[in-house]
Design a protein around this ligand. Structure first.
Ligand code: NAD
Ligand code: 3PG
Length: 523
């Protein structure tokens, strides 16, 4: 029988669901996880909240297959080590987003109306009505950093207060943000313009001190910063220095280096300090518990890995094909002129067909260089959707018996007009090769490194002109292909160079040969 440890305070619904499904469950929120792990080395799965799941814990559980974080942020789990040990890690996306959104509302209103202090002084017999003159949330400008499950939930909760909503999220398409009533804005402008700024990004190295001295210096006097994301996202020393220098800004925080009793580093700088209460509602706890148990059953009974956050590609899929998908997408983006992408259709031929969902992440990364890296297939699909891109994997046609290869058609929009860029590629001798760009067949170009593309009216002497311009600038040509399209009398020169070619030089060459288009790709 599969043994599951739940070393945390979590609704009974998780244990009950799992027991009904035939699992042995040990739930103990009082004994430290390492002690429980030592007593139950045959554990196959863990459900945790903020408890740290370290390499040592994983090493002490040789049968461990799955760790589920009943919640959103999984920075308490060493996901890289878990992958090395072949342990899958999941979270329960969105299960506690309403709880956190409501907590933010409570924090804003409590701070604006001095509720915490007023309760204390009124109980003490004081009457400090004049002192507790408040502010109204209605019609304020609110900036939301991170428009994921919590950020978007918060948008809905705030809307009754008729706010101006500004948002910043690396991975959310402009139109999607506008559709939910948020104006996409740079993080700098959010800090300069907002009355309230609230953080809803994950913790970890990519967001460490994301709110730094420069951003803090932009805040208006009287503005308030809310941190319900993770300790470390705000440079609290910089915040303390700004406050000490006379800046009147509020700081409300729910997050700490450790979820434990004791002194809190934020105490001196925070105007409201909570003990990580964001997800602490009965409703969120029940929802996260139920999701965790259901995800676990689906994982062990049906192999459902859709919520895995540390996955890697399956056996039998050559990583060079993943790299090919990335390169084709990057090429299509550059060849199409970097315009807003509306639709992507791909065909995966030969044996690649069965692995088609694994290509979504490298295609996303090639199309959108700022997109989150290494996403699992469902998250990559969601990210494409969020960027307003329709993504479709077509069935290969029987009359095209290609070997393992990929075709990508990317539709971009420019001032209401739509343009298609079509690319195809294969892996030859382990190297990803682009075989076609639009009508130009037979390229077989290795695009790793720097490659320049010049499309021109075909006539003698062009390659010599390009070669001589590169030579004059000390650039060597490592490889060259120049297929012609006889139907249009046009040709495409594709030159791999030993170093990057500046835009200035490329434009000069394009001018000399009267090119139709010219671009470079550095990957
Ligand atoms: N205080 C609490 O009790 C509590 C509860 C739940 C979650 N959290 C924290 O909140 C975080 C967000 O939760 P969620 O459910 O909304 O997660 P989510 O994954 O749905 O959303 C996170 C969003 O942040 C964006 N993002 C990531 N890095 C970014 C960056 N560098 N710049 C701009 N945007 C970036 C992502 O694109 C995504 O839209 C969690 O990771 C967790 O750390 C805290
Ligand atoms: O990331 C999360 O889900 C929150 O930080 C909640 O943490 P908790 O489950 O320990 O309350």
């Amino acid at each position: 029988m599969n043994k599951v440890l739940i070393p945390t305070k979590l609704s009974d619904v998780a244990a009950n669901t799992l027991k009904t499904a035939g699992y042995e469950v040990i739930q103990d929120a009082d004994t430290p996880l390492d002690v429980q792990a030592a007593s139950h080395p045959d554990t196959v799965a863990l459900i945790v909240r903020s408890e740290k799941v370290t390499p040592e814990i994983m090493d002490s559980l040789p049968s461990l297959k799955l760790v589920i974080r009943a919640g959103a942020g999984y920075d308490n789990i060493d996901i890289v080590y878990a992958r090395k040990k072949n342990v899958d890690v999941m979270n329960t996306p969105g299960a506690n987003s309403n709880a956190v959104a409501e907590e933010v509302m409570a924090m804003i209103l409590a701070y604006y109306r001095h509720l915490v202090q007023a309760d204390t002084t009124t109980r003490a017999g004081l009457w400090e009505k004049k002192k507790y003159m408040g502010s109204e949330l209605t019609k304020k400008t609110v900036g939301i950093i991170g428009l994921g499950n919590i950020g978007r939930n918060l948008v809905k909760r705030l809307q009754g207060f008729e706010p101006t909503l500004l948002g910043y999220d690396h991975f959310l398409a402009r139109q999607r943000a506008l559709n939910i009533g948020v104006t996409p804005t740079s993080i700098e402008d959010i800090f300069s313009q907002c009355d309230i700024i609230t953080l809803h990004v994950p913790g970890g190295p990519s967001t460490h001190h994301m709110v730094n001295a420069e951003l803090i210096s932009r805040m208006k006097d009287g503005a308030v910063l809310i941190n319900c994301s993770r300790y470390g996202v705000v440079d609290e020393e910089a915040l303390a220095a700004a406050k000490a220098a006379g800046k009147t800004i509020g700081y409300l925080t729910d997050v700490h280096p450790k979820d434990a009793a004791g002194e809190k580093p934020s105490a001196a700088v925070a105007d409201l300090l909570l003990p990580h209460l964001g997800a602490n509602t009965r409703e969120a706890n029940t929802k996260a518990a139920k999701r965790a148990a259901e995800q676990m059953v689906a994982y062990f009974s049906d192999g459902d890995t859709s919520c895995v956050v540390n996955g890697e590609s399956p056996n039998g899929l050559n990583p060079a094909h993943l790299q090919l998908a990335f390169l084709l997408a990057a090429l299509a983006r550059k060849a199409g002129g970097n315009k807003p992408i509306r639709r992507v259709e791909c065909t995966f031929y030969g044996n690649l067909r069965v692995f088609r969902k694994w290509f979504t992440a490298p295609i996303l990364e090639g199309l959108l260089p700022h997109a989150e890296k290494g996403l699992m297939p469902p998250a990559a699909e969601e990210s494409l959707r969020e960027h307003g891109i329709v993504f479709k994997a077509r069935e290969p046609k029987d009359d095209k018996p290609y070997e393992d290869s990929i075709t990508l058609d990317v539709v971009m929009e420019d001032e209401g007009e739509y343009f298609n860029t079509s690319v195809r590629g294969v892996v030859t001798e382990g190297i990803p090769m682009v075989s076609r760009l639009n009508n130009f067949n037979g390229l077989y170009a290795d695009l790793r490194g720097t490659t320049i593309f010049l499309h021109y009216k075909d006539r003698p002497g062009i390659i010599a002109t390009i070669g001589s311009a590169l030579y004059s600038n000390g650039i060597n040509i490592d490889n060259i292909a120049a297929p012609a399209d006889h139907s249009t009398q046009e040709a495409l020169a594709v030159l791999k160079t030993n170093k990057p070619v500046s835009d200035e030089l490329l434009n000069k060459i394009a001018g000399e040969i009267d090119a139709i288009t010219a671009f470079s790709l550095d990957v």
